[in-house]
Write a protein that binds this ligand. Structure first.
Ligand code: SAH
Length: 286
């Protein structure tokens, strides 16, 4: 549905924006653009109802996804972009949607939007460069209480890891931490040819819906420590891999009703949570 102001036919075509602002894709910035508005609209549909929502888009590039977001009833879109050429193009776009697009020139890895907006929960949507997608996801999971949902593009292998279930080869740290805090769903599968230029890998849209568990930062850190120890040596039995963090892992595992001879990849998310609580207790006792 279209929101107020000028109609989209007045918007220049994305390809003309690319020519006008000289947005030839730079590999160093992980630039693989989405220029098909049918696709960007489909991605935005996966987000759900955006009425009156505050949206954060990271790495908007020439603005294909940004346009699809602005066509919804979202109250405000904040777009964080590092490339000054794209910032110029987006500032031009913001003229078509007065007061609804706020373009911020910054490195998303060092910019804390939650400090700027602290009232409403933010909906995050992004087709990100693959090299920063996991660090950014981790930083957002740490602030999950401020997030309504996240709909993000990942390369297929990472999407598989994020949604992996226990007992599979792809199940690991990131599966546990993401699924601890969110319902994680693989959505659209996107082939390389959908991007300009096409990347080497297939991609997936992954949607994260917080499950309202808002862990203390100390507990989050404990989950990171425990999953790092357990999956760092994933072929070893837990009684041996957890020696790096417990004096007596066998007792700890028994008290959590977990078989000490099991391996990390067989444990459920909840098992890691139990071990992390015991890890925190053991720290307070020390
Ligand atoms: N979302 C756009 C562009 C995808 S390419 C589209 O779908 O067409 C990834 C974008 O992220 C590029 O515009 C790149 O300049 C930007 N980017 C890369 N690293 C960034 C960072 N650290 N912070 C903010 N933006 C970044």
């Amino acid at each position: 549905m279209l929101h107020k102001n000028k109609r989209p036919y007045q918007l220049p075509a994305l390809r003309d924006v690319i020519a006008k602002f000289d947005l030839s894709a730079k590999q160093c910035l992980g630039q693989n653009f989405l220029l098909d508005m049918n696709l960007t609209r489909r991605i935005v549909r996966e987000v759900g109802n955006l009425k009156n929502q505050v949206v954060l888009e990271i790495g908007p590039g020439p603005g294909g996804l940004t346009r699809a977001l602005l066509e919804t009833e979202a109250k405000m879109v904040f777009a964080i972009e590092r490339d000054p050429r794209c910032v110029a193009a987006l500032s031009h776009l913001s003229g078509y949607f007065p007061g609804r697009l706020n373009v911020i020139e910054a490195d998303a890895l060092n910019f804390d939007l939650f400090e700027v907006i602290n009232k409403s929960k933010i909906t995050i949507v992004a087709n990100l460069p693959y090299n920063i997608s996991l660090p950014l996801l981790m930083s957002y999971l740490k602030k999950i209480n401020k997030i309504k949902s996240m709909t993000l593009m990942f390369q297929k292998e990472v999407a598989d890891r994020l949604t992996a279930k226990p007992g599979t080869k792809t199940y690991g740290r990131i599966s546990v931490i993401a699924q601890w805090l969110c319902i994680v769903e693989k959505k659209l599968s996107i082939p390389p040819k959908a991007f300009v230029p096409p990347p080497k890998v297939h991609s997936n849209i992954v949607k994260f819906t917080p499950n309202f568990l808002h862990p203390d930062p100390i507990l989050f850190q404990a989950m990171e420590t425990v999953t790092a120890a357990a999956f760092g040596q994933r072929r070893k039995m837990l009684k041996s891999s957890l020696k790096s963090i417990f004096h007596n892992p066998i007792d700890i595992l028994n008290s959590a009703k977990i078989d000490p001879s099991d391996r990390a990849e067989r444990l459920k998310v909840d098992d890691f949570f139990k071990i992390s609580e015991l890890y925190l207790n053991s720290k307070t006792i020390l």
